[in-house]
Design a protein around this ligand. Structure first.
Ligand SMILES: [Ca+2]
Length: 218
């Protein structure tokens, strides 16, 4: 007790003096695979990832790692500072709980997604069309090696975008989409597909289409 008071007083003095930052209990996860916006993406799996809690701060008396599947079911756990787990296809949550000297706790987590990205292909599209004409684009040859495609994101290059669940979309370029003074113009249509684990096709598939003005007066 006396020690806690002493630490408290000393910390208070140092903090007031602006000498040190507060060093509260904080769980910190480092890993052999770097996360991007809180998610570790594994395109090649099964893959082993090692997690390390050594940069956690505070007076830590215990660590607890857990790996949860998408349904929240616990798949593995460990009480070591470092923890390795082999991931197969799927979406997981890795949690670290650290417990401090006064039995207070802090938590950190990182999502792991083992998933091959889908591939976008515009398999049917016109090379040219008239302004005002309804044009069909198809993306049936798009595929996902280990799951299924759930969304098709179309960008028609004229400022309009559409998201479909089916691999087909129609679009009409209007006369006014053509730059002033031009009787024809080339637009780039791009397609990105998203799979059932949130994987994104990279790079987007591109298709060029010429649009011809109706006639005269444009
Ligand atoms: Ca996939």
């Amino acid at each position: 007790m006396r020690r806690s008071v002493a630490v408290f007083l000393l910390t208070g003095v140092l903090l007031l003096g602006g000498c040190i930052e507060p060093t509260g209990l904080r769980a910190v996860i480092d890993s052999t695979h770097k996360p991007s916006q809180g998610v570790i993406w594994l395109q090649d799996y099964p893959a082993e990832v090692t997690f390390d809690a050594s940069r956690s701060t505070g007076e830590i008396i215990s660590y607890r790692w857990t790996v949860l599947d998408e349904e929240g079911e616990e798949l593995a756990s460990s009480t070591e500072e470092e923890f390795t787990y082999q991931f197969d296809y799927g979406r997981y949550l890795v949690r670290l709980e650290v417990t401090g000297f006064g039995l207070e706790t802090d938590e950190a987590q990182v999502e792991v997604v083992a998933n091959k990205p889908p591939v976008a292909v515009i398999s049917y599209a016109r090379k040219d069309a008239m302004a005002g004409e309804e044009i069909t684009f198809r993306a049936d040859d798009s595929h996902d090696p280990d799951g299924s495609i759930v969304e098709y994101l179309w960008d028609f290059g004229d400022g309009s975008r559409e998201t479909t669940e089916e691999p087909e979309v129609t679009h009409t370029y209007e006369e006014e989409d053509l730059p002033p003074g031009e009787s024809r113009w080339q637009f780039t249509v791009t397609l990105v597909v998203i799979d059932d684990l949130g994987g994104i096709s990279e790079p987007p598939y591109r298709h060029e289409i010429w649009i011809y003005g109706g006639c005269c007066g444009h």
